[in-house]
Write a protein that binds this ligand. Structure first.
Ligand SMILES: [Zn+2]
Length: 278
Protein backbone atom coordinates (compact mmCIF):
# COMPACT_ATOMS: atom_id res chain seq x y z
CA UNK A 1 0.00 0.00 0.00
CA UNK A 2 2.79 2.37 0.97
CA UNK A 3 4.46 1.69 -2.34
CA UNK A 4 1.28 2.57 -4.26
CA UNK A 5 0.94 5.86 -2.38
CA UNK A 6 4.57 6.68 -3.04
CA UNK A 7 4.30 5.86 -6.72
CA UNK A 8 1.12 7.89 -7.03
CA UNK A 9 2.79 10.89 -5.46
CA UNK A 10 5.80 10.61 -7.73
CA UNK A 11 3.49 10.31 -10.70
CA UNK A 12 1.42 13.31 -9.68
CA UNK A 13 4.57 15.35 -9.22
CA UNK A 14 5.87 14.52 -12.62
CA UNK A 15 2.52 14.92 -14.31
CA UNK A 16 2.17 18.49 -13.14
CA UNK A 17 5.51 19.40 -14.61
CA UNK A 18 5.72 17.43 -17.80
CA UNK A 19 2.32 16.21 -18.96
CA UNK A 20 1.56 16.85 -22.59
CA UNK A 21 -1.84 17.88 -23.78
CA UNK A 22 -2.50 15.86 -26.87
CA UNK A 23 -5.09 18.22 -28.27
CA UNK A 24 -8.58 17.02 -27.38
CA UNK A 25 -7.81 13.36 -27.53
CA UNK A 26 -6.65 12.89 -23.97
CA UNK A 27 -3.52 13.50 -21.99
CA UNK A 28 -0.46 11.37 -22.27
CA UNK A 29 0.15 11.26 -18.52
CA UNK A 30 3.27 9.20 -18.86
CA UNK A 31 6.42 11.34 -18.61
CA UNK A 32 8.84 10.89 -21.51
CA UNK A 33 11.48 9.29 -19.28
CA UNK A 34 8.98 6.68 -18.16
CA UNK A 35 7.80 6.08 -21.72
CA UNK A 36 11.40 5.38 -22.77
CA UNK A 37 11.87 2.95 -19.88
CA UNK A 38 8.64 1.20 -20.73
CA UNK A 39 9.72 0.83 -24.37
CA UNK A 40 13.06 -0.60 -23.26
CA UNK A 41 11.34 -3.09 -20.92
CA UNK A 42 8.90 -4.16 -23.65
CA UNK A 43 11.77 -4.54 -26.10
CA UNK A 44 13.70 -6.83 -23.74
CA UNK A 45 10.56 -8.86 -23.04
CA UNK A 46 10.01 -9.23 -26.81
CA UNK A 47 13.61 -10.40 -27.20
CA UNK A 48 13.07 -12.93 -24.42
CA UNK A 49 9.97 -14.37 -26.16
CA UNK A 50 11.36 -15.96 -29.34
CA UNK A 51 8.42 -18.33 -29.81
CA UNK A 52 5.99 -15.41 -30.18
CA UNK A 53 8.46 -12.88 -31.56
CA UNK A 54 11.19 -14.70 -33.51
CA UNK A 55 13.74 -11.98 -34.27
CA UNK A 56 15.61 -11.95 -37.56
CA UNK A 57 19.29 -12.20 -36.61
CA UNK A 58 21.15 -8.93 -37.21
CA UNK A 59 24.52 -10.54 -37.96
CA UNK A 60 23.21 -13.29 -40.20
CA UNK A 61 20.97 -10.90 -42.16
CA UNK A 62 23.14 -7.81 -42.03
CA UNK A 63 22.22 -6.80 -45.63
CA UNK A 64 18.52 -6.94 -44.82
CA UNK A 65 19.04 -4.73 -41.77
CA UNK A 66 21.32 -2.37 -43.72
CA UNK A 67 18.56 -1.87 -46.31
CA UNK A 68 15.88 -1.29 -43.67
CA UNK A 69 18.07 0.93 -41.49
CA UNK A 70 18.80 3.17 -44.48
CA UNK A 71 15.07 3.83 -44.95
CA UNK A 72 14.64 4.23 -41.20
CA UNK A 73 17.40 6.86 -40.91
CA UNK A 74 16.33 8.64 -44.12
CA UNK A 75 12.95 9.20 -42.46
CA UNK A 76 14.45 10.08 -39.08
CA UNK A 77 16.73 12.66 -40.72
CA UNK A 78 14.12 14.09 -43.09
CA UNK A 79 14.35 17.86 -43.50
CA UNK A 80 10.67 18.87 -43.78
CA UNK A 81 8.91 17.36 -40.77
CA UNK A 82 11.41 16.89 -37.92
CA UNK A 83 10.43 14.21 -35.44
CA UNK A 84 9.76 15.78 -32.07
CA UNK A 85 11.51 13.05 -30.09
CA UNK A 86 14.22 12.39 -32.67
CA UNK A 87 17.09 12.70 -30.22
CA UNK A 88 15.21 11.62 -27.10
CA UNK A 89 13.73 8.30 -28.19
CA UNK A 90 15.74 5.17 -28.79
CA UNK A 91 14.65 4.70 -32.46
CA UNK A 92 15.46 1.06 -33.02
CA UNK A 93 14.13 -1.17 -35.77
CA UNK A 94 13.75 -4.90 -35.24
CA UNK A 95 12.61 -7.38 -37.89
CA UNK A 96 10.35 -10.24 -36.77
CA UNK A 97 10.69 -13.39 -38.85
CA UNK A 98 7.04 -14.29 -39.16
CA UNK A 99 4.62 -14.58 -42.07
CA UNK A 100 2.22 -11.93 -40.83
CA UNK A 101 1.20 -8.67 -42.47
CA UNK A 102 2.17 -6.70 -39.43
CA UNK A 103 4.28 -3.87 -38.11
CA UNK A 104 3.96 -2.07 -34.79
CA UNK A 105 5.44 0.72 -32.71
CA UNK A 106 6.14 0.35 -28.99
CA UNK A 107 6.45 3.50 -26.86
CA UNK A 108 9.83 5.22 -26.92
CA UNK A 109 10.67 4.65 -30.60
CA UNK A 110 10.96 0.85 -30.74
CA UNK A 111 9.69 -0.34 -34.13
CA UNK A 112 8.93 -3.89 -35.31
CA UNK A 113 8.46 -4.95 -38.91
CA UNK A 114 7.40 -8.47 -39.92
CA UNK A 115 9.03 -10.37 -42.81
CA UNK A 116 5.52 -11.36 -43.99
CA UNK A 117 4.77 -7.69 -44.67
CA UNK A 118 8.16 -7.11 -46.33
CA UNK A 119 7.43 -9.98 -48.71
CA UNK A 120 3.92 -8.70 -49.41
CA UNK A 121 5.03 -5.22 -50.49
CA UNK A 122 6.48 -4.48 -53.97
CA UNK A 123 8.27 -1.15 -53.64
CA UNK A 124 10.79 0.45 -51.30
CA UNK A 125 8.51 3.50 -51.15
CA UNK A 126 5.71 1.29 -49.72
CA UNK A 127 8.01 0.00 -46.96
CA UNK A 128 9.07 3.60 -46.28
CA UNK A 129 5.40 4.64 -46.16
CA UNK A 130 4.44 1.96 -43.61
CA UNK A 131 7.60 2.60 -41.59
CA UNK A 132 6.89 6.34 -41.58
CA UNK A 133 3.35 5.61 -40.42
CA UNK A 134 4.62 3.51 -37.49
CA UNK A 135 7.29 6.06 -36.59
CA UNK A 136 4.55 8.69 -36.46
CA UNK A 137 2.54 6.54 -34.01
CA UNK A 138 5.61 6.49 -31.74
CA UNK A 139 6.64 10.14 -32.17
CA UNK A 140 3.10 11.48 -31.75
CA UNK A 141 2.89 9.28 -28.64
CA UNK A 142 -0.14 7.37 -29.88
CA UNK A 143 1.45 4.14 -28.67
CA UNK A 144 1.97 5.47 -25.14
CA UNK A 145 -1.54 6.93 -25.01
CA UNK A 146 -3.23 3.71 -26.15
CA UNK A 147 -1.39 1.66 -23.53
CA UNK A 148 -2.24 4.16 -20.84
CA UNK A 149 -5.88 3.93 -21.91
CA UNK A 150 -5.89 0.14 -22.00
CA UNK A 151 -4.03 -0.57 -18.75
CA UNK A 152 -4.71 2.47 -16.60
CA UNK A 153 -2.75 5.57 -15.70
CA UNK A 154 -0.38 3.90 -13.28
CA UNK A 155 0.49 0.80 -15.21
CA UNK A 156 3.84 2.09 -16.45
CA UNK A 157 4.85 3.11 -12.94
CA UNK A 158 3.78 -0.24 -11.51
CA UNK A 159 5.92 -2.01 -14.11
CA UNK A 160 8.92 0.25 -13.67
CA UNK A 161 8.86 0.49 -9.89
CA UNK A 162 7.33 -2.87 -9.07
CA UNK A 163 9.22 -4.98 -11.59
CA UNK A 164 5.93 -6.53 -12.68
CA UNK A 165 7.06 -8.95 -15.36
CA UNK A 166 3.67 -10.64 -15.70
CA UNK A 167 2.03 -7.40 -16.81
CA UNK A 168 4.71 -6.86 -19.44
CA UNK A 169 4.06 -10.36 -20.74
CA UNK A 170 0.32 -9.68 -20.79
CA UNK A 171 0.88 -6.52 -22.86
CA UNK A 172 2.82 -8.56 -25.40
CA UNK A 173 0.07 -11.18 -25.58
CA UNK A 174 -2.41 -8.34 -26.14
CA UNK A 175 -0.25 -6.82 -28.89
CA UNK A 176 0.11 -10.22 -30.52
CA UNK A 177 -3.61 -10.92 -30.47
CA UNK A 178 -4.58 -7.43 -31.65
CA UNK A 179 -6.51 -6.53 -28.50
CA UNK A 180 -9.28 -4.07 -29.31
CA UNK A 181 -8.22 -1.72 -26.51
CA UNK A 182 -4.82 -1.30 -28.11
CA UNK A 183 -6.27 -0.31 -31.47
CA UNK A 184 -5.54 3.16 -32.66
CA UNK A 185 -8.41 5.49 -33.33
CA UNK A 186 -9.29 6.51 -36.86
CA UNK A 187 -7.96 10.00 -36.06
CA UNK A 188 -4.60 8.51 -35.04
CA UNK A 189 -4.52 6.49 -38.24
CA UNK A 190 -5.19 9.48 -40.48
CA UNK A 191 -2.68 11.56 -38.56
CA UNK A 192 0.02 8.90 -38.91
CA UNK A 193 -0.71 8.62 -42.64
CA UNK A 194 -0.36 12.40 -42.92
CA UNK A 195 2.99 12.44 -41.11
CA UNK A 196 4.23 9.51 -43.19
CA UNK A 197 3.61 11.56 -46.36
CA UNK A 198 5.38 14.58 -44.83
CA UNK A 199 8.37 12.56 -43.57
CA UNK A 200 8.90 10.96 -46.99
CA UNK A 201 8.52 14.32 -48.75
CA UNK A 202 11.43 15.53 -46.61
CA UNK A 203 13.87 12.73 -47.56
CA UNK A 204 16.85 13.95 -49.62
CA UNK A 205 16.54 13.17 -53.36
CA UNK A 206 19.15 10.83 -54.83
CA UNK A 207 18.28 11.29 -58.52
CA UNK A 208 18.27 14.56 -60.45
CA UNK A 209 14.79 15.79 -61.31
CA UNK A 210 13.16 14.40 -58.16
CA UNK A 211 12.03 16.42 -55.13
CA UNK A 212 12.64 13.68 -52.56
CA UNK A 213 14.01 10.16 -52.31
CA UNK A 214 10.86 8.07 -51.74
CA UNK A 215 7.45 8.58 -53.32
CA UNK A 216 5.66 10.24 -50.37
CA UNK A 217 2.45 8.31 -51.14
CA UNK A 218 4.09 4.99 -50.25
CA UNK A 219 1.68 4.21 -47.42
CA UNK A 220 -1.27 4.53 -49.83
CA UNK A 221 0.35 1.92 -52.06
CA UNK A 222 0.00 -0.54 -49.23
CA UNK A 223 -3.73 0.20 -48.78
CA UNK A 224 -4.29 -0.01 -52.52
CA UNK A 225 -2.70 -3.42 -52.58
CA UNK A 226 -4.96 -4.57 -49.74
CA UNK A 227 -8.02 -3.27 -51.59
CA UNK A 228 -7.03 -5.00 -54.80
CA UNK A 229 -6.61 -8.25 -52.89
CA UNK A 230 -10.19 -7.86 -51.68
CA UNK A 231 -8.99 -7.60 -48.07
CA UNK A 232 -11.52 -10.25 -47.10
CA UNK A 233 -8.71 -12.45 -45.84
CA UNK A 234 -7.83 -11.94 -42.19
CA UNK A 235 -5.11 -9.35 -42.08
CA UNK A 236 -3.21 -8.93 -38.85
CA UNK A 237 -2.21 -5.35 -39.53
CA UNK A 238 -5.88 -4.37 -39.74
CA UNK A 239 -6.50 -5.70 -36.25
CA UNK A 240 -4.13 -3.14 -34.79
CA UNK A 241 -4.65 -0.60 -37.57
CA UNK A 242 -8.37 -0.50 -38.38
CA UNK A 243 -8.91 0.52 -41.97
CA UNK A 244 -10.37 3.97 -42.39
CA UNK A 245 -12.48 5.01 -45.33
CA UNK A 246 -10.79 6.94 -48.07
CA UNK A 247 -7.31 6.59 -46.66
CA UNK A 248 -5.85 6.42 -50.15
CA UNK A 249 -7.72 9.59 -51.15
CA UNK A 250 -6.61 11.31 -47.92
CA UNK A 251 -2.98 10.47 -48.65
CA UNK A 252 -3.34 11.85 -52.19
CA UNK A 253 -4.89 15.06 -50.85
CA UNK A 254 -2.10 15.63 -48.33
CA UNK A 255 0.50 14.94 -51.01
CA UNK A 256 -1.15 17.48 -53.33
CA UNK A 257 -1.31 20.06 -50.53
CA UNK A 258 2.49 19.73 -50.29
CA UNK A 259 2.82 20.57 -54.00
CA UNK A 260 2.86 16.93 -55.26
CA UNK A 261 6.56 16.31 -54.53
CA UNK A 262 8.00 13.61 -56.79
CA UNK A 263 9.90 10.70 -55.31
CA UNK A 264 10.93 7.26 -56.50
CA UNK A 265 9.46 3.82 -55.81
CA UNK A 266 12.65 1.74 -56.32
CA UNK A 267 10.73 -1.30 -57.54
CA UNK A 268 13.74 -3.08 -59.11
CA UNK A 269 15.91 -2.55 -56.04
CA UNK A 270 13.11 -3.84 -53.86
CA UNK A 271 12.81 -7.09 -55.79
CA UNK A 272 16.54 -7.67 -55.20
CA UNK A 273 16.08 -6.93 -51.50
CA UNK A 274 13.23 -9.42 -51.17
CA UNK A 275 15.49 -12.18 -52.48
CA UNK A 276 17.66 -11.66 -49.37
CA UNK A 277 14.81 -12.48 -46.99
CA UNK A 278 14.61 -15.95 -45.43
ZN1 LIG B 1 -1.49 2.76 -37.65
Amino acid sequence: MKRIVKVTLILLGVILITSNCDEDRGFVWMPIGQEKMLGLQLDSTIKASPSDFPILDRDQYSQVYAFMDEIFYDILNNSKEPLKYKSEFQWKLTIIEKDELNAFAAPGGYLYFYTGLLKYLDKTSEVAGVLGHEMAHADLRHSARQMQKAYGLNFAASILFGDDKSQLEQILIDIGSGLAALQFSRTDEYQSDEFSVKYLAGTAPVTAGYDCKYDPRGVAGFFQKLEEAGASEPLEILSTHPSGENRVEEVEAIWESLGSPQGESFETEYAAFKALLP
